[in-house]
Design a protein around this ligand. Sequence first.
Ligand code: BGC
Ligand code: NOJ
Length: 814
Amino acid sequence: MKFGHFDDQSREYVITRPDTPLPWINYLGCQAYFGIISNTAGGYSFYRDARLRRLTRYRYNNVPMDFGGRYIYLRDDQSGQFWSPSWQPTRNDIEDYSCRHGMGYTTIGSSFGGIEAHTRYFVPLDETLEIWQLTITNRRTTRAQISSFASIEFCLWDAQDDATNFQRNFNTGQVEVENGVIYHKTEYRERRNHFAYFACSQPGAGFDTQREAFLGAYRGWDSPAAVEAGQLTNSIAHGWSPIGAHQVTLDLAPGETRQIVFVLGYHENPVDQKFDPPGSQTINKTSVKPIIAKYLDPAQADAAFGRLREYWNSLLGILQVDTPDIHTNRMVNIWNAYQCMATFNMSRSASLYESGIGRGLGFRDSNQDLLGFVHMVPARARERILDLASTQLPTGGAYHQYQPLTKRGNNDIGGGFNDDPHWLIIGVSTYLKETGDWSILDELVPYDNQPGSEATLYDHLQRSFHYTLERLGPHGLPLIGRADWNDCLNLNCFSDTPGQSFQTTTNKEGKVAESVFIAGLFVHSGQELAAIASHRGLHTEAAACLTEVKKMNQVVLEHGWDGEWYLRAYDDLGAKVGSNDNEEGKIFIESNGYCVLAGIGLDDGKAGKALAAVHDRLATRHGIVVQQPAFSTYYLNLGEISSYPPGYKENAGIFCHVNPWVMIGETRLGHGDQAHDYYSRINPSAREEISDLHRCEPYVYAQMIAGRDAPTFGEAKNSWLTGTAAWNYYAIVQWILGIRTTLDGLQIAPVIPKSWPGFAATRVFRGVTYNISIERRGEGNHISLLVDGTPIDGNIVPLPTGARKEVTVKGILS
Ligand code: BGC
Ligand code: NOJ
């Protein structure tokens, strides 16, 4: 069952009924000002950091679900009836409902009693504000007297404090209203130099800023007393819960259309110019007023929207493909790339499942996110890499997360996840391959943000690599530390106390438990680092690095091989994890996927065997599960992984992030059909028809799909913010379609299904447009390339010399 459809032409997903199984959201903003918006106008906004600078309030896990939003009410002033064109919060029987989620904007609308209304929400480029354009048309044959109300509830900035510290918060709320603009200035009188504002393009018939005046006591957003009465009360908030609400009355002739623009924004003043007149307590509005005036003008709002469309056209234009599979095309050309922007911006901080207060930017997460983002805005990728590296510890280890606003490592979440440092090598290598910007390696970057500790980024990479070499276990495999990629495989935790965090509790010294996954990661990142070193002419360092890689490769083959597949780990007692000898958790996806991805066992048949075992034991029709058999009880020696009921999350759920490792592994074995089959099983567009089962948005990946041990097998959870976005993008583009960035140029090495006659693609790479067409003439994966009609040796297209900005690449597969 579906709840809408894709409109690929407009790059939109069109939801045609409001009662989707879960709120289906979109992101507004892609630079500094962000918002989440659901298909019924739920969601909230923030500036840079969802925890520390939240503008509007949202109630997570509320009943009914999805409350707090950008709510608009219309009221028929003749009958007194009122409704929301976005369905929520009033939930009337509206007609012709649609929600179009597009690239950085969402339009929601419907008809009710002959009044048609839709609102387009978006954040203009380079601004810290959002625009709501409400268009109302009278489809009746008679005149209509309509009041429109727009409302938001302010958050008192720190979302954590806002949701908990009521003894203080109920006293601090402050607003100003000037010329019809509502300014939210809680704590501006003391240490904040920022405020929010909510403005309306039409002369107002009233406003409210005190929540209870608008809603009435014991009422919710579904039936605000002031809307019911048809008149806002011009309330001024003192403490309690400041809101912003505007009323505009319209007298519409039959067929008449009117537009009202609302602007909600964030603004900062220099600390010494906060007040006007100086010495007063009144916000200095000199610099904000022109911005507000500009975007309240519908023509300016339309122009800003046009620029946003253009921006996305150019970003997505960097890579477009035309394959025989519509789901591949749609995801690569539109939605997967778009999701990669969201994961780059948010890491794992703010979604419908991430509350914006728990997690900041993850060290391993953000480095991996670059795989799907770097080609879009390389300059921002560069900045991100330097920010991440600045939080790296002098040991080469890492804080697991940092707060986006402060860019400082977050001690509460801890560190000691021994895979973390390697993702920096992979992030940097991804950046270098895309851009060829070698200067980044010479950037001076501090450790743990400590002035005086600066060293080159290249030095950071070396420390990342050596971090593992200095932490090898009894078998010569890397010690796992707190955990590796699998945050829930906590082999040194041994927690038996309820409520203890698996992520920060350590009861063992950590000198025994080893990770085969990190070994695979080390082999991969070591090869990348060696390639970087030798490109810089550091041949001795490159050779030293490769020696360690070879050693580790050997150790994996000796101590990490279980007979039919790669082991997962050794626990604190030195016992095998992920072995046929285990009763539960005999085989895991991560070590098998990653070791093959890294090339371990490609020559001696072990890689093929391992992925055959994955196929036989872990692959299901909804994707590949983390491990089998699922853990049926809590294992003290394994930690959080066994805390989940079977089939969910890391305990044998389909963790979509790691499925691409197997896809890439399959391409390394030359199995295009198998790789693309795995790709399709979790491709959200290919799952659209089962939206009632899948439940999450059909246009973006979810982190997890319930595995076959779960009663809800096939149900997705935790959509949007997941490494799944970047890794699937990378797997399909760089390994299945084989359009791969390398340090030396663009490599073309497709491993596609046998039934595909070929495909076409356009890729802008280092300023040059490559028009690629692949033709299949035989069943294999051997490729011969013609560049501008001339055959070349190998499969790496040399970078064009001189002023040539366009290249034609024809590939023959045989
Ligand atoms: C989840 C992991 C997540 C970790 C981060 C765990 O509860 O299962 O997926 O990475 O929390 O804090
Ligand atoms: C989600 C986390 O964001 C990611 O870093 C981790 O690798 C996976 N969970 C697996 O535990």
